[in-house]
Write a protein that binds this ligand. Structure first.
Ligand SMILES: NC(=O)c1ccc[n+]([C@@H]2O[C@H](COP(=O)([O-])OP(=O)(O)OC[C@H]3O[C@@H](n4cnc5c(N)ncnc54)[C@H](OP(=O)(O)O)[C@@H]3O)[C@@H](O)[C@H]2O)c1
Length: 261
């Protein structure tokens, strides 16, 4: 599992990669997701973001010109397909999907033997089934983008809890481990059609989720979500093919087949 701080910086001359790039971010109203929306907009991307709380979605959309808000719950089977339709309808296609929305499991954190089945189910519904359904629903749009030479990337936000057996983090850690492994298999299965999959740990960040998990953590010891967002956006850039400004492709999809993250 790679932590975003270990990733190389964006190559010089690729700063225009994000001009007109069509990106969807789940959980875009708080913490890392909100920082990603802002970072992507500042680089010229067109962004559609998803979260459950209507008022918050509306206020983030109002405050960020160019961002399109979608109200939806990624853990709900009924919501995912309408969300996918709104994203593609608004952006006219999709180049990058960031599965960022997440459920912490029981709070306060509980040992697995004390975890209710419903809490485990909710964590898996949000952290595994949600990204699975949304990625499936958007795969046609992503594959089309890869075929056109624009490139296509799915970034699944992971955690060190996906690989380390931290006591009390069972529901969250097991679900993040499943998402990480899904990403690896998807990556293998889509290597030939040019849809790239990333699964990255942003590091411990000062966000509402972290405060809910570890209320007495000193925020000064935590990464700013804006820093993690910059690192993740550079990882996306490294996975995209080079493009001339305004999104026109300069490499064919056949040439892309050999490219790697
Ligand atoms: N914070 C950390 O230290 C840390 C460390 C490692 C990994 N991560 C990962 O980083 C990502 C972002 O975490 P964060 O700390 O920024 O979280 P956060 O501040 O709690 O924000 C979560 C966002 O997701 C939305 N959301 C939650 N459940 C949703 C659902 N079912 N459907 C749609 N949207 C939903 C929330 O809005 P609504 O509630 O309105 O839906 C909110 O916009 C997560 O994947 C997390 O696992 C975080």
């Amino acid at each position: 599992m790679r932590n975003t701080s270990e990733l190389p910086a964006l190559e010089a001359g690729r700063e225009d990669l994000f001009d007109g790039l069509r990106v969807a971010v789940t959980g875009g109203t708080s913490g890392l997701g909100l920082a990603l929306v802002r970072e992507l907009l500042s680089r010229g991307a067109r962004v559609s973001f998803v979260a459950r709380t209507r008022e918050r979605v509306q206020s983030v959309a109002r405050e960020h010109a160019g961002a399109h808000g979608v109200v939806g719950d990624v853990s709900s089977k009924e919501d995912v397909y309408p969300v996918a339709l709104q994203v593609v309808g608004e952006l006219g296609g999709l180049d990058v999907l960031v599965n960022n929305a997440s459920d912490l499991g029981p709070v306060p954190l509980a040992m697995l033997s004390d975890t209710e089945c419903e809490d485990l189910e909710r964590a898996f519904a949000t952290n595994v089934l949600g990204p699975f359904r949304l990625t499936k629903a958007l795969m046609g749009a992503l594959a089309a983008s890869a075929r056109e030479g624009r490139g296509a990337v799915v970034l699944n936000i992971s955690s060190d809890a996906a690989v380390n057996p931290y006591p009390g983090w069972g529901a969250y850690g097991a679900s993040k481990a499943a998402l990480h492994h899904l990403s690896r298999i998807w990556g293998e299965e889509h290597a030939a059609d040019g849809v790239r999959f990333l699964s990255l740990d942003p590091g411990d960040m000062d966000t509402p989720m972290h405060a809910a998990a570890i209320p007495d953590a000193d925020p000064a010891t935590l990464k700013r979500p804006e820093q993690a967002a910059r690192e993740l956006v550079e990882a996306i850039a490294a996975a995209l093919p080079s493009r001339v400004p305004h999104g026109a492709p300069i490499r064919s999809s056949r040439e892309l087949e050999g490219a790697n993250v």
